[in-house]
Design a protein around this ligand. Structure first.
Ligand code: NIG
Ligand code: FE
Length: 430
C-alpha cells in the first residue's frame, strides 16, 4: 500500500535552519508499507518546527556552523514520532474484577449484558472529578510518550451524558497542555447504552444527536466522531443517524465495527468517507472493498484481540489485496485493552496478525496519521512535515517490532523541540 503523493515541498534554504541532525539513519516511512524509506548515513534539518531538509549527509548543502545547532545522532535510527491513533485513556476506576470473571469463563459480551463492561466504567467516570480523571490518565499518556509517541488520539465515551462527555474531552485537552504530545479528540457518545436509557436506544441516540454532539461541536472539543456499531453497542440505523449528524457539523467520522460480529458498520462508515474503521476482526470482503474505494484506514487493535482472547484474526490478506491502509493502535482502555505500549502492539501485530515489521511500523507512523486525517503533516519524515521524530538505539528498524521490555527510545523531538532525552548520547557538536 503506497502513500498518496502529496505536493512536493521545496527544501528550506540553510540560512533558515535552526537545528541539524547528522550521523543518523532515517526510516522516512514515505513509501507506506512498501518499504521503510531508508536513508543511511543521513542528515535532517529543522526550521520553524518543520523538516527543512533531509537526505544523505554526502548531499548536505553548505550551512553556517555559527547559525545552526548541530547534533551528532551517533549512528542511531530516526523514525517519525509514533502515532497512537485509537485510545480511551481518560476514565475512572478499573475493571480488574471483570478480568478475573473472564478468566473464570464469562465472556466480554456476557459481562456487558449483565450490567458490567463499559457502563461500569461510566459509573466511575461520572463520579470522578476532572482532576481525578486527569491524575489517573497522566501516567497512561506519559507511558506512551516515554516510548516515543508524539501524537495520540483520545476518545470520550465513558460519560454517556452531556456533562460527563464534555468533562472527558476537557481532560483530554488538559493532558495536551501537560505534555508536548499532539492530542486529537474523538467524541464517542454512542459507545454504550447508559442504564437510564435501558431499552430506549433510539431515544439515547436522539440525545447524542440533538444535544451532546451539538454541544461538543459548539465548544470545539472534538476532531472526529466515533460510534460502537455492534450487538452490544448500536445498530446500523442508529450508527447512521450519528454519522449524518456528524457530517452536518463537518466532523469526520470513525467507527468501532466488526469487533465481535459482522453488522456492516465498516461499509456504512466508508459510505460516509470515514477516516477509519477500527477492530474489524469480522470484516468481510464487501466491507473491505468499500473501505478501499473510500480511502478508509483499517485500524488494527492487537491488544484488544489478545486481552479478550479473541480467535478471529482480522482479514489481513484481503486488506492487503484491496490496498487498504492498516494502522496499529493500543486501544488503551479499562475493559478490552489496559495496555499502554505501542511497542508491544508492534510486536503483537507481527506475532498475532502476521504483519511484516514494515507494515507494523507504517501502522504507527504514516498510516496512524492517515487514520487521524493528518497525512499531510505527520507520520513521515518528509520536507515540510512537522519535525516530530524519534531517535532510537537500534541497529535496524525491525528491532522496534522484534524486542519488547527494553525501551529503545533515545530522544523524542516534537515540533522541532527535544522533549525527551533518555541518554547522554545525541551529543551537541556545537
Ligand atoms: O475499543 N469496543 C468498544 N470499546 C472499547 C472497549 C471499551 C471497554 O470495554 O471499556 C474497545 O475495545
Ligand atoms: Fe476502542
Amino acid at each position: 500500500m503506497p502513500m498518496q503523493k502529496t505536493s512536493i515541498q521545496k527544501p528550506i534554504n540553510s540560512d533558515l535552519w535552526q537545528t541539524l541532525w547528522l550521523n543518523v539513519n532515517l526510516a522516512t516511512m514515505t513509501d507506506g508499507a512498501n518499504s521503510y524509506g531508508i536513508i543511511e548515513q543521513g542528515a535532517l534539518a529543522i526550521a520553524d518546527g518543520k523538516i527543512a531538509w533531509l537526505g544523505a549527509e554526502s548531499d548536505l548543502p553548505a550551512y553556517d556552523i555559527n547559525k545552526v545547532t548541530v547534533i551528532d545522532g551517533q549512528g542511531c535510527w530516526l523514525t517519525p514520532g509514533l502515532i497512537d491513533c485509537h485510545t480511551h485513556l481518560v476514565y475512572g476506576g478499573n475493571r480488574a474484577n471483570e478480568f478475573e470473571l473472564r478468566l473464570q469463563g464469562a465472556s466480554y459480551q456476557e459481562i456487558a449484558q449483565a450490567g458490567g463492561g463499559i457502563v461500569s466504567t461510566v459509573a466511575a467516570t461520572r463520579t470522578a472529578t476532572e482532576k481525578e480523571l486527569f491524575d489517573a490518565a497522566l501516567p497512561r499518556i506519559t507511558a506512551l510518550f516515554e516510548q516515543g509517541v508524539s501524537t495520540i488520539e483520545i476518545k470520550s465515551g465513558y460519560g454517556l451524558n452531556t456533562e460527563t462527555e464534555v468533562k472527558m474531552l476537557k481532560v483530554a485537552g488538559l493532558l495536551a497542555q501537560a505534555l508536548p504530545v499532539t492530542v486529537k479528540r474523538t467524541f464517542l457518545g454512542a459507545h454504550a447504552l447508559p442504564v437510564e436509557y435501558k431499552d430506549r436506544a433510539d431515544d439515547y441516540i436522539e440525545l447524542v444527536c440533538q444535544q451532546m454532539l451539538p454541544e461538543v461541536a459548539k465548544q470545539n472539543l472534538a476532531d472526529a466522531v466515533d460510534v460502537f456499531c455492534e450487538g452490544i453497542g448500536f445498530n446500523l440505523q442508529q450508527t447512521e443517524q450519528v454519522f449524518t449528524t456528524a457530517k452536518n457539523l463537518a466532523l469526520p467520522i470513525k467507527v468501532h465495527a466488526e469487533q465481535l460480529s459482522n453488522l456492516g458498520g465498516s461499509e456504512l462508515a466508508a459510505s460516509y468517507q470515514a477516516l477509519s474503521a477500527d477492530h474489524i476482526e469480522f470484516l468481510d470482503e464487501a466491507g473491505i472493498k468499500a473501505m478501499s474505494a473510500a480511502g478508509t484506514t483499517a485500524v488494527l487493535l492487537p491488544g484488544a484481540f489478545y486481552f479478550l482472547r479473541e480467535t478471529q484474526v482480522p482479514p489481513i490478506a484481503l486488506l492487503r489485496k484491496h490496498g487498504v491502509a492498516m494502522a496499529i493502535a493500543t486501544d488503551a482502555n479499562p475493559g478490552s485493552s489496559p495496555i499502554h505500549s505501542l511497542q508491544l502492539m508492534l510486536n503483537m501485530a507481527c506475532t498475532l496478525f502476521q504483519l511484516t515489521p514494515v507494515e507494523a511500523l507504517a501502522g504507527v507512523t504514516c498510516f496512524g496519521a492517515k487514520a487521524l486525517g493528518l497525512s499531510e503533516t505527520k507520520g513521515q519524515l518528509a520536507l515540510g512535515y512537522d519535525a516530530d521524530f524519534a531517535l532510537w538505539n537500534i541497529s535496524q528498524p525491525a528491532e522496534l517490532c522484534y524486542q519488547f521490555g527494553v525501551n529503545p527510545l533515545n530522544t523524542l523531538i516534537i515540533n522541532g523541540v527535544t522533549v525527551l532525552n533518555n541518554t547522554n548520547s545525541g551529543e551537541l557538536i556545537r
